[in-house]
Design a protein around this ligand. Structure first.
Ligand code: FES
Length: 253
């Protein structure tokens, strides 16, 4: 029954908010914090996917299912978010669907390219590539997210409630340790986060280690919260300026 859970799993990270740090002790912290709040007032998060990273989406009727938090064996999400299903139709059409079955809330399968249908393993409901209900006990269609394709390689999917703000601030290191930068954000239960850094916007961000306490060793790479709560993560400031990002790690299942 769980054929799709046995697929090769791999992680992608998605950048949903960015905090800017310009350092060297200038009086910038308040200004920057205000800018960051303004940058990230929306609660909608945008998943940006490169088609080139997803072989399944490179042909018509390809499909991927992306988990933002874990999925339990009973096909219910272990966390706030259902996986997002992205289906490719003919002529560069794309559909982004909430995988929550409208019958009793199980997570439905990705699109089966051989039938061009989406199946719910719990009680057999069937949906079309665009989420329309076709058969079974489901009471309605799968809900759809707004999705945009740039005609080349980039897909953007708007996911309500996935966005979050980040506030960045300088903290002094203690006992001669390197000065640190603190990133505050609202962490959603069971979602995995990592921190990325780049010195300038034309560079690719790279993951960097952090600490969950002001003085602990900065050697963590993934942060997960057992409950939805405010989180503060601390990174060492090693360069005079740059961009820190709190990114969500997403798994294809
Ligand atoms: S929960 Fe999907 S058919 Fe019942």
């Amino acid at each position: 029954m769980k054929q799709h859970l046995n697929r090769r799993r791999f992680l992608r990270t998605f950048t949903l908010a960015t905090a800017y740090s310009s350092l060297l002790g200038k009086a910038w912290t308040d200004l920057v914090a205000a800018e960051i709040r303004l940058m990230s007032t929306s609660t909608t998060g945008t998943l940006r996917l490169k088609l080139s990273n997803f072989p399944a989406l490179q042909s018509e009727f390809g499909s991927v299912r992306l988990a933002i938090n874990p999925l339990r064996a009973d096909l219910m999400p272990d966390g706030q978010f259902y996986p997002v299903i992205i289906n490719r139709g003919p002529n560069d059409t794309f559909y982004a669907l909430n995988s929550r079955c409208t019958h009793q809330g199980c997570t439905v399968d990705p699109l089966d390219a051989s039938t061009n249908q989406i199946f719910c393993q719990c009680h057999g409901s069937v949906y079309a590539i665009d989420g329309r209900r076709l058969a079974g006990p489901a009471t309605g269609s799968l809900s759809r997210y707004t999705i945009k394709f740039d005609g080349r390689d980039l897909l953007e999917v708007q996911i309500p409630s996935l966005g979050y703000s980040i506030i960045g601030s300088n903290v002094q290191g203690t006992g001669g340790s390197a000065p640190r930068f603190r990133l505050d954000f609202r962490a959603t239960r069971k979602v995995e986060y990592e921190i990325q850094f780049r010195e300038s916007l034309d560079k690719d961000p790279a993951p960097i280690p952090f600490s969950a306490t002001p003085d602990g060793a900065a050697d963590q790479t993934v942060f997960t919260s057992a409950s939805t709560a405010n989180a503060s993560l601390y990174v060492e400031r090693k360069s005079p300026a740059g961009f820190y990002t709190v990114a969500v790690r997403i798994t294809e299942i």
